[in-house]
Write a protein of this length. Structure first.
Length: 358
């Protein structure tokens, strides 16, 4: 009881402090709110809302499992015996954190996943979607779609490694035991799927806007340097953190984006808790994300020489370095013509001189 009272008191104090900061920095709060709304309108809603609807329709019917038949051997090897697991994993990898939490919670509520399967699927499927990693991080922030594709693949590999480390600590399934008294019917059609997608999208956008406001207020209160400010933004809201790290440039941009992919911040955690609706525990997921940070940073460092783009490969070079560069095509053509004329002139001179001797 003392621990519960302490948690309640800490939550009350944090709420009062945050309310005071919002009143003291109204302009920063308004700017953060505007940024969060623009982020939701231009990025979050276009990426998530249609996918929420599609996920609701696909998980409603048993025939949809055929779409993910290629992942069935992988899920069986991991101990996921449910027929809905391959499709749920595919949707999670394509849709990102919110889609994963929404899909796992729905399947758990319908008794189509056991408690162990739900936690394992959460460990395997929680990631940033390809639209965010490939399009936003790779194409827009890093300037290389190929680099975004590689980051997305390494992210999934880190997911598998982190989940493998935590499999022995997953709860054991008891035969005949279930935390759900009766199956909950799945959405029957498009209207129900759209309605559920609207609720889930509003929950995600609410968390995003709120933590954008908190981020803006804290940055206006504390004049943080660029790197600590980027870390703070990443711990609060993943999109703001990625933008802040990308502005640093160099290797800080790449490894900072990996930091945000592994530890997506308080905003995503609140979204997961909201969408899971208490169906699945997130304790082991938090441990998995810490392991994910270690694995992803290691994989990126290992693959750095093969990554497209300009990355700092070594910091121990001398002060005098001769850089080899390719000439532009027009300059290369002029040099070729000049060298050709010079060689021709030398040949004519040499031929005339030695020909006259004969």
């Amino acid at each position: 009881m003392n621990l519960k009272h302490a948690k309640a008191a800490a939550g009350t104090a944090a709420a009062l402090a945050l309310g005071t900061l919002l009143l003291a920095r109204p302009q920063a709060a308004a700017a953060g709110f505007g940024y969060g709304v623009r982020l939701c309108l231009h990025s979050v809603l276009p990426a998530l809302f249609p996918f929420f609807v599609v996920c609701g329709l696909l998980t409603a019917g048993p025939a949809a499992a055929r779409l993910a038949w290629g992942l069935a051997p992988l899920t069986r090897r991991w101990g996921l015996k449910s027929k809905a697991a391959p499709l749920a994993l595919l949707l999670s990898w394509l849709g990102g954190y919110a889609v994963c939490a929404r899909t796992v919670a729905d399947l758990r509520a319908q008794n189509r996943l056991t408690a162990r399967e739900a936690e394992l699927l959460l460990l395997l499927g929680c990631c940033s979607g390809p639209g965010f990693v490939v399009g936003c991080l790779g194409g827009l922030l890093l300037g290389s779609v190929r680099l975004g594709v590689l980051l997305y693949a390494l992210q999934l590999a880190a997911n598998l490694l982190a989940a493998a480390c935590l499999v022995p600590w997953l709860p054991e399934d008891t035969a005949g035991a279930s935390t759900v008294s009766a199956p909950v019917p799945a959405p029957a059609g498009l209207p129900q799927a759209i309605s559920a997608a609207v609720d889930s999208s509003l929950q995600v956008c609410g968390c995003t806007v709120f933590f954008c406001v908190v981020d803006a207020v804290l940055h206006s209160l504390f004049a943080l340097p660029a790197l600590p400010g980027a870390v703070l933004s990443g711990l609060l809201e993943v999109s703001s953190g990625c933008a802040a790290f990308a502005a640093l440039g160099g290797r800080w941009a790449l490894y900072g984006l990996c930091f945000c992919l592994s530890l997506p911040g308080v905003s995503v955690l609140c979204q997961l808790l909201t969408l899971l609706r208490g169906q699945v525990s997130v304790k082991r997921l938090l441990a998995a994300r810490c392991l994910h940070l270690v694995f992803l940073q290691g994989l990126v460092r290992l693959c750095a020489p093969a990554m497209p783009g300009a990355l700092a490969a070594a910091g121990t070079l001398g002060s005098r370095v001769i850089v080899l560069q390719r000439l532009p095509p027009d300059a290369a053509a002029l040099c070729f013509i000049f060298l050709g004329c010079t060689l021709y002139k030398l040949r004519k001179t040499f031929y005339n001189r030695h020909g006259s001797l004969r």
